[in-house]
Design a protein around this ligand. Sequence first.
Ligand SMILES: Cc1ncc(C[n+]2csc(CCOP(=O)(O)OP(=O)(O)O)c2C)c(N)n1
Length: 513
Amino acid sequence: MSALTGAHAILQTLVRGGVDTCFTNPGTSEMHLVAGMDAVPELRGILCLFEGVATGAADGYGRMTGRPASTLLHLGPGLANGIANLHNARRAGTPMVNLVGDHATYHKRLDAPLESDIDALAGTFSRWVHRTVDAGTAGPDTASAIAAAGTSRYRQGGIATLILPADACWSDGGVPADVVVPAEDVVHTEAVEQAAKALGSGEPCLILLGSDTLRREGQEAASRIANATGARLLAENAPARQERGAGIPNVERLAYFGEMAASQLADVRHLILAGARLPVSFFAYPGKPSELQPAGSVSYDIGGSAALTQLADLVAAGAPVTPAPAARPELPDGSLTPERIAAVVGALLPERAIVADEAITSGRGLAPATAGCPPHDWLSLTGGAIGQGMPVATGAAVACPDRPVINLQAEGSAMYTLQSLWTQARESLDVTTVVLNNATYAILHIELQRTGAPAGPGARALLDLPGLDLAAMSRGMGVPATRATTAEELAAQLKAALAEPGPHLIEAMVARA
Ligand SMILES: Cc1ncc(C[n+]2csc(CCOP(=O)(O)OP(=O)(O)O)c2C)c(N)n1
């Protein structure tokens, strides 16, 4: 029998399979994996002080590298704490290897305090779930998990969850395994041909871009098609990663509110889905439609970026790309309205920035203000489960240490996973967080009205968050912080934060409208 433990086989297999980062909040059942990390220095263990930070960071890492990070979580309760951001990662198509420790096999039947149904929890967001039985299978199971995380629709990934009993980790007999991850391009050839015909029909066509088509190459193919055929372009509402900025075609996003999205799609006869799902409203409202595809229109699901390139070759050979021109807003003066915050960000966004956007309502001016900035990547809230921006920024900064990360962060959503700041400080990550503090759940005030629920002052007060001091909390976790109440202060503080390596937080106090 091999003298390696199952834990060593798992860790060595991760490294062989290109998984070099593990975001973790471990417990007793994972101690052999934690102890084994010293012998496998190629795997970087990063402590997160809440599992939602670990899973969101693995999401940010996977979005930026295209490779899975691993998480290491503590039984059912640890996994449960991480699920909201695992949900967001699933919606983003992020590759991830989720390792969950469990009680030793012989201990499970005793119903010890931490016993729970891990398999059932994992099934809700994983594309692959497996329970290792012993040390000998731990390495090969890890290889299967990496392969399962790496392949999917449109070259996107998914979440593979491997449940690891403690005795499978501590026993001898471990065997590291090699990993083969096949890359798949999805092209629905018949739909590509039908879409080509529709684009030549002279009727109104719209291409909805999602997943890997929102990288530069896909948007350029779409721009060629638009120029050759007159088709309109839109991006899905919350892309996992969109490349934007001067020199890249500017593809606007589908609106969040159903009525606005419906009016963006109103006259469309042919709806071509390139890596995007059929558009539906975020929520149902009494008496309003849920489906946003115009009645009487036809949809074509062609596949991802490879399919879009084929379509461009069919209908737009030789057609030019329209890149966004370089442009930045002027630095504004005065109180901090969302538009002025957007203008400051647009005026100062550094080259090759990665923006983690969870600005919610205060972010309404950001897209136009940054469209002509130097090229950058925009990461959005893919699954609507808030508390994702700070962890995603953390993971993106681990993935891309040579790029500045800017986290535009509403305060209500910040409060879910604020502990991300501690990890940013400990790992010296170059993240500049701009908290947009409007002291309220503004979106829920809007939704309260839109749903038509009769609400009094008590209900409205339930949606307000007075008195938060995020700058003080940030300092308490080792991240230097300032507060800005005017556009001039915000610009000066943002310039200073961007000029100095390491994490910073600026609390922008949003002016009441
Ligand atoms: C995990 C999760 N819990 C609750 C919600 C409901 N929710 C949606 S937005 C929101 C408040 C957002 O407030 P904030 O981040 O301050 O942004 P603002 O609306 O003020 O711009 C809440 C609680 C959610 N989407 N996800």
